[in-house]
Write a protein that binds this ligand. Sequence first.
Ligand SMILES: Nc1ncnc2c1ncn2[C@@H]1O[C@H](COP(=O)(O)OP(=O)(O)OP(=O)(O)O)[C@@H](O)[C@H]1O
Length: 736
Amino acid sequence: MPKLQPTDIPSFATSQLTLLNAELQAELSETNALLSSHTPTSLSRAGLAILNLNVSSIRTGLGGKAVVELALDSAVVTKGEHADIPEHGIRVGDIVAIQEQPAGSAKKTEKRELAKKGAEGVVLRVRRENVEIVLDKEDADVPSGGKLWIVKLANDVTYKRMNQTMTRLQKFSDQEYTPFIRVLFGQASPTPLPSDLNDPSNPLHKLEWNDPNLNDSQKEAIRFALASREVALIHGPPGTGKTHTLIELILQMLKLNLRLLVCGPSNISVDNIVERLASHKVPMIRLGHPARLLPSVLNHSLDVLTRTSEAAALVQDVRKEMDDKQSSIRKTRNARERRQIYTELKDLRQEFREREKKSIDTLTKGSKVVLATLHGAGGFHLKGQEFDVVIVDEASQALEAQCWVPLLWVKANKLVLAGDHLQLPPTIKSLNSKDAKAVKQDNAKKESKSKDAKSKNDKKTKDKSGENITKDIAGLSVKPAAVEKSLKLETTLFDRLLSLHGPSIKRMLTTQYRMHENIMRFPSDELYDSKLIAADFVKERLLKDLPYPVKDTEDTREPIVFFDTQGGDFMEKTEDDDVPVKGKGMSLGDSKSNEAEAALVKMHVGNLVDAGVKAEDIAVVTPYNAQLAILSQLLKEAFPGIELGSVDGFQGREKEAVIVSLVRSNADHEVGFLGEKRRLNVAMTRPKRHLCIVGDSETVGRGSKFLKAWMEFLEEKADLRYPNLADVYVDEQQAG
Ligand SMILES: Nc1ncnc2c1ncn2[C@@H]1O[C@H](COP(=O)(O)OP(=O)(O)OP(=O)(O)O)[C@@H](O)[C@H]1O
């Protein structure tokens, strides 16, 4: 990314609002297009729907809402078999419609139609054999009888909050331009670090570490984050212990009696920190709907604490009184008495809310560490509270507007971001959507009109007062127009700060604890300035050394195997246009697959398993969803426990052995989104002991400089194999 100029805040916010709006429109129109043009069967194949369900129970859940449990219809379950729901992409927190299932061939109607006929709700729990959904409306009409299906709808809740946040930023008053905020927009430089920071006499060199095994780069990053006044970035390449380092940083900050708000883009990223802090017995509060939290962190959930803590007792008293009144209503026939009770209930409800708010205030304000998702930090609980530091893990996975939710909602003067801008940024849908482009153009037109009007006004003011009234802070010249052109929605706060202030505001962790040295080599050299070092206990680890019996074979003794499919036998195929594609980076009709490659993957998995490697220690990843579908069919049943995923979905994960199917093989040397090196970085840095690449070096090697270098590296350093199509299929038949 080119070096950014200081940014004018209102223009920045306006530009974000435009981009967010385009993104929301893309999401809405994508969902509507999918629902209206695809059959339930193909939506289900894409993981966006679950078919053949029945209501197995309805109960009252948290907040008095109805929870519907759905399981597979008994008619579709073969006798004696498990009634597991087939593979799908519906996750906790998704918004779905429950509806009578139309005939398999029927095309679907628009979202409006769906909502009209069925019920809408939020997915509360996903199990192998059933799914629970909290209904939005108490009087929702859950269809009864016949087969039901659930289908994923667009989720605009997070957009609304980001929109509110950016609108607030847009209207910032002069007093709100604190030195901290100015640094975040490049209008002021960060306060210089103490000149003796690297001097062993500096008190930060005398810290008592909770983990004596921290490596030097981790210690340096912690000292740096403690010493920085406004902002510190911790750059954690794959497997370098980024979260591990944050935990130590949090413990050190607590020793200094600082109050911390710790956030991440997803619930799992936050729970991961709660779990690790819990083992250090840190008192803390985790905000968020209990249904979305890991069971192991519920003890720290605000919701649970408001029921069990001392402060909660007062609330419970009122709750009891309300329950008593409720039941007395049912007993009373006299209308006047009933009216009287209703009035009392109304007062009690008011009292309940006030006490609950007080109890929440007491709990959160008394807590030195509060944890929430970036979105969740914007709930009413924390509004205006003071924190010394906001810490964001997985910051390169969050939209910038999301990061601003905590920053604007609470009062804080320091920010620590941990992430890796060389892995994949958050998924953006509006990049390729026609609708979104149209919205952007439309907005741009409106904006230029309003700018014209504004500049006329400014001129008038200037003429009158003789002064330049443009908000130009700290003597730095600020160019509003520059914002719109240079920033995209996928530019994260991490990226932007790095580009504004340069590498002096970050420290990189350099020892990685995941990969064999050879697996690490290429990403280290190409992306991390050759700075990565493999920790001693991982650098020579091979599959044959796994802590259970594994034979020493030509596969288990190799850290990297490359099946080069060049030669034209392993050609890719473009999927039919009516196959919607699963997962985050959902798009229509442009997915690729490669059946011969999939067969080769199966052969290799078979060889690893025959050597003794457990299927659950193996993952197969591919950038293409159509390929993922083929791989699922070939491998799921043959190797129970094996993990299959898209590269994007596997970010943050690791496995002993990872096989990457690159898919692209064509005469035009087109590589599509293999051209994104951050995606390849994620793919090649997931394994611990064994990386197997299946791909066509002729096609892939011409895709970009990075791909060319990678192919050359593999030819030189990997165990290179030229597979023969006939062998692959012979093997396939034998296995079958
Ligand atoms: N100093 C250390 N000594 C030994 N092991 C360490 C050290 N730091 C981190 N680890 C180990 O490295 C692994 C990765 O750590 P962690 O989960 O914190 O990494 P991360 O950088 O957040 O992960 P990711 O690469 O997925 O972003 C963990 O198993 C952790 O225990």
